[in-house]
Design a protein around this ligand. Structure first.
Ligand SMILES: NC(=O)c1ccc[n+]([C@@H]2O[C@H](COP(=O)([O-])OP(=O)(O)OC[C@H]3O[C@@H](n4cnc5c(N)ncnc54)[C@H](O)[C@@H]3O)[C@@H](O)[C@H]2O)c1
Length: 320
């Protein structure tokens, strides 16, 4: 793991992962890429490449040019956006993924990290403490592409020995880059609206309990899994990783502790149907036992940190 290429690096996760990976491994050893050209300014010190992951020849040329031996493949269309444009979700999440997998194998790369998602679960899955191994029959195109990604990871690991790693990320909460069109985006938007207007209209129902993770835990989990000893890794498609679980009503109550006048109302839309068949919590004992996963952030300390940092970003005078 000497030279890492991150695809989709301008997104919610990539914009922070590229900073943390540069700190851990040296900026010279991290090449960041995304489909548009705005990245150079976000990644001082890193090489930046404009890369559409559906263009296999361009991907191969970048891997060669930078002597890349590890790819962290973040480019994707997320759940809500994927339901609005299923063909695009298939094209980026499957055609793009296959390019990355094939090039990783043909160029004998050391490691490939492809995130999965809690969207792999569905109506027939166990939805409380969802097990690592359970029925995975999602009812969204995004979920379908993530299950296929996990199956391909297992298949190519067995066929070619490609060292594939993945996490079923819960909803990711962060303040640096806005989320890109997922069902859990509400848990970020709520902080902006609480601070800006004191009101939030939630697209999920008040009792939609979902697993979530704060960004510092997300990037640390990703680095720790990537660094883990290959012999310890028994799951190649996607590890369940839990950190916190809450409903919109619970996060609203937590925010109200610091902004007592804050009000939430509910106007559930199509995202309620997506959230309905996602787990309330996951059993992440495999991640804990095999590579030492342990969260540091919960609803309480995450809420305080988000309020302080979103307020600073918005230029709003706010004290805890
Ligand atoms: N954010 C979450 O809550 C969450 C939860 C579960 C899983 N994930 C997974 O984590 C990964 C990263 O998610 P994210 O939240 O950063 O997503 P995001 O939508 O914020 O970012 C995705 C990035 O991919 C880029 N992209 C789109 N099409 C591309 C293409 N053809 N070629 C290259 N880049 C392209 C976009 O420009 C964007 O910068 C994805 O695989 C996603 O499925 C995210």
């Amino acid at each position: 793991m000497k030279k890492i290429l991150i695809t989709g690096a301008l997104g919610q996760i990539g914009s922070e992962l590229s900073v943390e990976f540069s700190r851990r491994y040296g900026a010279d050893n991290v090449v960041v890429s995304d489909v548009n050209s705005e990245g150079a300014k976000l990644a001082p010190g890193n090489a930046y490449e404009v890369l559409d992951v559906t263009d296999a020849a361009a991907l191969e040329a970048i891997v060669k040019r930078h002597n890349v031996d590890t790819i962290v493949h973040l480019a994707a269309i997320l759940s809500a956006k994927g339901e609005q444009n299923p063909d695009l979700a298939w094209k980026i999440n499957i055609d793009g993924l296959l390019n990355v997998m094939r090039i990783s194998m043909s160029m004998k790369l050391d490691r490939l990290m492809v995130p999965s998602s809690i969207a792999v679960f569905g109506p027939t899955s166990v939805l409380y403490d969802s097990p690592q191994e359970t029925i995975l029959k999602p009812n969204t195109m995004y979920g379908v592409t993530k299950v296929i990604g996990e199956l391909l990871a297992d298949y190519y690991y067995k066929k070619s020995g490609l060292d594939m790693r993945g996490i079923r990320y819960p909803g990711v909460i962060s303040y640096r880059t806005l989320p890109g069109g997922g069902t859990t985006d509400y848990a970020v938007e709520i902080f902006y609206e609480a601070l800006r207007s004191g009101r939030y209209t939630c697209p999920l129902s008040s009792d939609a309990c979902l697993p979530m993770i704060y960004m510092p835990d997300t990037v640390r989990a990703t680095a720790e899994l990537l660094e883990a000893d290959p012999d310890a890794i028994k799951v190649h498609g996607g590890y369940n990783v839990g950190a916190m679980s809450f409903t919109p009503a619970q996060i609203a109550a937590e925010i109200k502790k610091y902004i007592p006048s804050f009000e939430i109302e509910y106007a559930p839309d199509f995202r309620r149907e997506i959230a309905r068949y996602w787990p309330a919590s996951v059993d992440d004992s495999a991640a804990r036992a095999q590579w030492g996963w342990k969260e540091e952030w919960n609803l309480e300390n995450m809420t305080r940190d988000m309020l302080v940092n979103v307020a600073a970003k918005l230029g709003i005078d706010f004290k805890l």
